[in-house]
Write a protein that binds this ligand. Structure first.
Ligand code: IMP
Ligand code: MG
Length: 197
């Protein structure tokens, strides 16, 4: 199993052009909403790093960025909602306008936990932006302020999103086919994993 940009992987759900156009729109929306403010964009590593990089280059207001590394205990590929902070923010977000920048919201469990955690630090405001929303899978109702694309309940990779840490480098978002998923399942006998997202 090799992630390569030389040939197309899986069935493309969102092309590079579609993603780039939507991310530019999202940057413009945020620039308008936060005009006159200097928000802190909090990116959840690893999956959101490419989205953040493109998003901030579409914003024409002063903004800061910071990162959190979290690990969620997964059961059969599903998030359990038990989140461990592997690396916390460097910035103090008290009194700041915080925007959480996520790659994808699935069950919502991870984001629900992070939202509570950051709210306890008394930001001036807290909004959530995600590139992808797989709302069919939602288990907790976490408020999302800006969504790039609603997607069906399929496992997608590319543009930062991984499968077993691979495929993040694809410039498009694609659904892996059955044999690509089976390759992985064959190598994962444990059921419970602890994975940096
Ligand atoms: P949840 O919302 O707590 O279930 O977890 C969301 C996290 O699970 C995301 O930040 C991703 O790391 C991962 N995830 C969920 N769905 C997908 C997918 O389709 N492809 C890749 N990663 C996914
Ligand atoms: Mg992941």
């Amino acid at each position: 199993m090799k992630a390569s940009t030389a040939s197309t992987v899986g069935n493309i759900l969102l092309t590079e052009e579609q993603i780039q156009a939507r991310v530019r729109e999202m940057g413009a929306v945020l620039s308008r909403e936060y005009a006159g403010k200097s928000p802190v964009l909090v990116n959840i590593l690893k999956g959101g790093f490419i989205f953040l990089a493109d998003l901030i280059r579409s914003m024409d207001i002063p903004c800061e960025i910071d990162f959190m590394v979290v690990s969620s205990y997964e059961d059969k590929g599903e998030s359990s909602g038990v989140v461990r902070i592997l690396s916390d923010l460097g910035l103090n977000v008290e009194g700041r306008h915080v925007i959480i920048v996520e790659d994808i919201v699935d069950t919502g469990l991870t984001l629900d936990y992070l939202r509570e955690l950051l709210m306890a630090r008394n930001p001036a405001s807290l909004k959530i932006v995600t590139l992808l929303d797989k709302s069919e899978k939602r288990q907790v109702n976490v408020p999302i302020d800006l969504v790039g694309f609603q997607i069906p309940n399929e496992f997608v990779v590319g543009y930062g999103l991984d499968y077993a840490q691979l495929y993040r480098n694809l410039p498009y978002i694609t659904v892996l086919n059955g044999s690509q998923l089976l390759d992985f399942a064959a190598g994962d006998g444990s059921g419970t994993r602890n994975d940096q997202r």
